[in-house]
Design a protein around this ligand. Structure first.
Ligand code: AHR
Length: 335
């Protein structure tokens, strides 16, 4: 294990880690306090972006539970939505000489320097959930997560089917409002891109308004309140995540607008609350974004710790749930 060879550096790293919200995790049995896990020899430094949504909380739980199950010692850092905190955490992991670093990049740009430092320290890096833009692709070993372009395309394809009669029967425009995720993040950029790839082929579809709700329920609510004051002609809302969608539904209820009927709602994540809204007819299409990547991340961390190569790009499986689907056998979502 690398870290035991450098007790002084490790001591400094512990001091550094002490000033960041980093936790070492083991899943505690009911009623017992969590303690740092006994490592199977692998130490994984993980930088998570925060806890902005039920999806994110499930993603963190999946990683923490999987690390405990795999006997991997996890140094888990919550960046509270700040890239600078992620960079600090990654630097601390380098100083600590962890075996593998994994992180969810809050935004796509700005990782070149810190990943060069990880490469110089010979620590392999796994990027997960969100993608990065980087000059030197060799600065990280691989990516595992969802295919955000595909999610955007799935949203558009649902609309093509939903509005096929209206499209066939005339040129009346189909007006779309888009609430996108965090500016500069790959899911926001790619969901928008995938959606437009399809929508732009049909001039009847018009995106009349697009703004970022930062993946937050509170911002979804606030934005929708103001959009509804200035637009009375919305046919569709395409929301980049369920958190914002729940805020949108709250704002629509206040104005007695029937979500799912007066305005078609398409949303991404497939949280339990969105599936429930789909069952009630308040949402028309829910595109899954799978947060349960913990077990796969641990397998990849093991491979990387052994010095083995991993696939450059792993997209996890995802489903689309639409109105009219038989959801009776759908398992509780767990988030
Ligand atoms: O990066 C994935 C996105 O981030 C999810 O769609 C959203 O809910 C989360 O906060």
């Amino acid at each position: 294990m690398k870290h035991t060879k450098f007790p002084l550096i490790r001591l400094w790293a512990v001091v550094l880690l002490g000033i960041l919200p980093v936790t070492a995790c083991r899943k505690a049995p009911e009623g017992e306090e969590a303690e740092p896990s006994k490592s199977n020899g692998i130490i994984l430094g993980f930088s998570q972006i925060g806890a902005e949504s039920a999806w994110r909380k499930c993603n963190s739980r999946s990683i923490q539970d999987a690390a405990a199950a795999a006997g991997i010692q996890l140094l888990f850092s919550n960046a509270e939505q700040k890239q600078e905190n992620q960079i600090k955490a990654i630097r601390s992991f380098i100083a600590y000489q962890v075996d593998v670093i994994a992180f969810v990049p809050i935004v796509s740009d700005g990782w070149d320097n810190v990943l060069q430092e990880a490469k110089d320290a010979r620590i392999p890096v796994l990027v997960t959930d969100r993608k990065i833009n980087i000059q030197d692709e060799s600065l990280y070993a691989g990516f595992i997560g969802t295919d955000s372009n595909q999610e955007g395309r799935d949203a558009a394809r649902f609309l093509l089917e939903k509005f096929k009669d209206r499209m066939a029967s005339g040129n009346r425009p189909i007006r779309i409002v888009e609430l996108s995720g965090t500016v500069g993040s790959s899911p926001a950029a790619r969901r928008a891109q995938g959606f437009r790839e399809i929508i732009d082929q049909y001039p009847q579809f018009q995106i009349i308004y697009s703004a970022s709700g930062d993946f937050l329920r509170s911002k979804g609510y606030e934005l929708m309140q103001s959009i509804l004051k200035s637009h009375s002609d919305i046919d569709v809302i395409f929301s980049h995540n369920d958190g914002m969608t729940l805020g949108i539904l709250d704002a629509m209820k206040e104005r007695n607008i029937k979500a799912g009927t007066d305005i078609v709602i398409v949303t991404i994540d497939a949280e339990q609350a969105a599936i429930d809204a789909l069952r009630r007819g308040e949402v028309n299409c829910v595109i899954e974004c799978n947060p349960k990547t913990g077990p796969d991340i641990m397998n990849l961390a093991r491979q990387l710790a052994r010095g083995e190569p991993i696939s450059r790009l792993i997209h996890v499986e995802e489903a689309v749930f639409s109105e009219g689907d038989d959801l009776s056998s759908l398992e509780p979502r767990g988030y």
